[in-house]
Design a binder for this molecule. Structure first.
Ligand code: PMP
Length: 379
């Protein structure tokens, strides 16, 4: 027997109370009872996004929700400004290319963010750009952008601000309406504590005007169809996941969104301090509360390290993606996680690094994290 611990930034662990809600005699999705039930659950989703706007739910992963944003907001030949600081910023750009949308790409080093002045300058220089595509938490580098400041910048401009909150939702403070974020996309398998399979998109009036006018090809993700039928789904919804979603949202309501943001902040602080106490370096210049990206120390094979952690220790952290493959590992503090997930992560990292030749004083990072939890609270 090998006990397994999932400490990756998605999919994340699912509470047994949520999982068990999926074991049901499947109702028909066109029945009045189910449509009413789903409507009540979708209504509750507004709290997660801190919005009054309707939240549309697809049977898809997060990338489907990203694609729906591009195909509904932009037409072929339209221009979008894209912030690229990692793999998921790159994905926005790739989706735009698939839909023949012209992009102005603002790049930064992976682990950093595009400076606000550069964004402002690009908006001023490209008055024809219809949309600004951003990644709230760049999961590939563990970096968070200042979305509130960007919302402040775009609110009175003729550009629609879209953010990928696929990993940030619930882990990172996000107030869609108050911060003037026009479109937010997310997914079920991270902060929401569900299995993979639901994609979410929500938008305000400013963005909705673009949806009515887009000439991009779209069918499954045509938001006009979802809006017309809402809360009934135009196609077969992921019925069991919607039952699980109800339970997850109730747990979220019970804990309270501010407390959830704070729990993620404490977990992230403990991981960051623990990692630093091992004289390891963080990749990110603006680390967020979703996951901590740690540079693999010299002399250690990064791919083998992540593999060995999983196979021998039963601990799954994430490796590096794209150009960071083998160079970093990422410890998640996302969703259904608490203080002792951090302890397991740090303890296994210490042991595995020591085994692979890195000079570790065993217990140092665990002690550092324990001290933070005693001071800030065990969460
Ligand atoms: N964007 C971000 C920020 C993500 O973290 C992920 C998933 N790791 C995605 C997009 C892609 O989501 P999915 O795998 O659900 O399609």
């Amino acid at each position: 027997m090998k006990k397994r611990y999932l400490i990756a930034p998605g999919p994340t662990p699912v509470p047994i109370e949520v999982l068990s809600e999926g074991i049901i005699d499947i109702p028909h999705h066109r029945s009045e009872e189910f449509v009413q039930f789903a409507g009540e659950v979708f209504e509750k989703l507004k709290y997660l996004f801190q919005t009054k706007n309707k939240v549309f739910t697809f049977a898809s992963s997060g990338t489907g929700a990203m694609e729906s944003a591009v195909s509904n907001l932009l037409s072929p030949g339209d221009k979008a400004i894209v912030l690229v600081s990692g793999k998921f910023g790159e994905r926005w750009n790739e989706i735009c290319q698939a839909f023949n949308v012209e992009t102005v790409v603002l790049e930064s080093e992976w682990g950093d963010t595009v400076p606000l002045e550069r964004i402002e300058k690009a908006i001023d220089e490209n008055p024809d750009a219809k949309v600004l595509l951003t990644t709230h938490s760049e999961t590939s580098t563990g970096t968070v952008i200042d979305l509130k400041a960007i919302g402040e910048m775009t609110k009175d401009k003729d550009i629609v601000l879209v953010t990928d909150a696929i990993s940030s939702l619930l882990a990172q403070e996000l107030r869609m309406d108050e911060w003037n974020i026009d479109v937010v996309v997310s997914a079920s398998q991270k902060g929401v504590m569900l299995p993979p399979g639901l994609g979410f998109i929500t938008m305000n009036e400013k963005a909705w005007n673009l949806v009515e006018n887009s000439s991009s090809p779209r069918y499954y993700f045509d938001l006009r169809t979802y809006a017309k039928k809402y809360p009934e789904s135009p196609y077969t919804p992921a019925i069991n996941l919607i039952f699980q979603l109800k339970k997850a949202v109730e747990m979220i309501e019970e804990e309270g969104i501010e407390k959830i943001w704070e729990r993620h902040r404490i977990l992230a602080d403990a991981v960051r301090a623990g990692v630093r106490s091992l004289k390891l370096e963080l990749l990110s210049k603006k680390p967020g509360n979703v996951c901590t990206a740690v540079k693999v120390p010299n002399g250690v094979d990064g791919l083998e390290f992540v593999r060995r952690l999983r196979r021998k220790y039963g601990v799954t952290v994430a490796g590096g993606q794209g150009k960071l493959k083998g160079k970093i590992f990422r410890i998640a503090h996302l969703g259904y996680m608490g203080s002792f997930d951090v302890i397991i992560a740090l303890s296994s990292v210490e042991m595995c690094l020591k085994e692979m030749g890195y000079d570790v004083d065993l217990g140092v990072s665990v002690k550092t994290a324990e001290e933070i939890f005693l001071k800030e609270g065990v969460v």
